[in-house]
Design a protein. Structure first.
Length: 209
């Protein structure tokens, strides 16, 4: 890899790293909920299951913008996105859809975000393993989780931590809800910065009923 082109090196490292989420999903269907046994022997009907009133996630996609950041669509990034999508699909037979996108500035040291999402139609999702594998590919060691943001009505779980991406610190976050998983990398920022934007990013990425 040509060390005289640090920007290109950053792009390639990100593509390889985020494609690592393919190793963290198992081709198993979630366990089915047990069937209701009906009224008890005492004639008391079973307690009804309380359903969440929060909107349910029905899909994920790459928006045209993340906040004020427009999607980067120059020829270099378009090719990198295509390569990353192909790599994730090839390594994840249970993925029903995949998206990858860059946002902000082409200069990673300014304001650049990398986003990848996968819809696993028939697979369970291991978010912790995914983030650890991604961090190993970036820096050679698992992710040191600095925050586990409470998702509240958004649902699912989230984990965030700091990684050292070549010559700069970067924030790495992921969230999983239902059969969807998204991992986002913010170059030259701390995980805490990314945590502050996570709800807004989810709002842009997720489609809800």
């Amino acid at each position: 890899m040509n060390t005289s082109r640090p920007g290109r090196r950053l792009f390639l490292v990100a593509v390889v790293a985020l494609a690592a989420i393919t190793a963290a999903c198992t081709a198993t269907t979630p366990p089915e909920a047990p069937a209701s046994s009906g009224p008890s022997a005492q004639g008391i009907p079973p307690m009804p299951v309380t359903q969440s009133k929060a909107p349910q996630v029905t899909g994920i996609s790459a928006p045209q913008k993340l906040g004020s950041r427009a999607k980067i669509t120059d020829s270099t990034h378009t090719k990198l996105v295509a390569d990353a999508v192909a790599a994730v699909k090839a390594g994840t037979p249970t993925a029903s859809s995949v998206f990858v996108a860059y946002y902000g500035t082409p200069d990673a040291k300014k304001d650049k975000i990398y986003l990848v999402g996968v819809d696993f139609s028939t697979a369970s999702v291991d978010l912790e393993r995914s983030l650890n594998q991604t961090a190993r590919d970036i820096q050679g060691q698992p992710l040191l989780v600095t925050e586990m943001p409470v998702q509240g009505d958004l649902g699912g779980e989230a984990r965030c931590g700091d990684v050292q991406l070549l010559d700069m610190p970067s924030g790495l976050c992921g969230w999983a809800v239902k059969n969807y998983m998204v991992i986002v990398l913010w170059y030259n920022h701390e995980a805490g910065d990314l945590v502050k934007e996570l709800a807004a990013i989810r709002g842009a990425v997720e489609t809800k009923s």
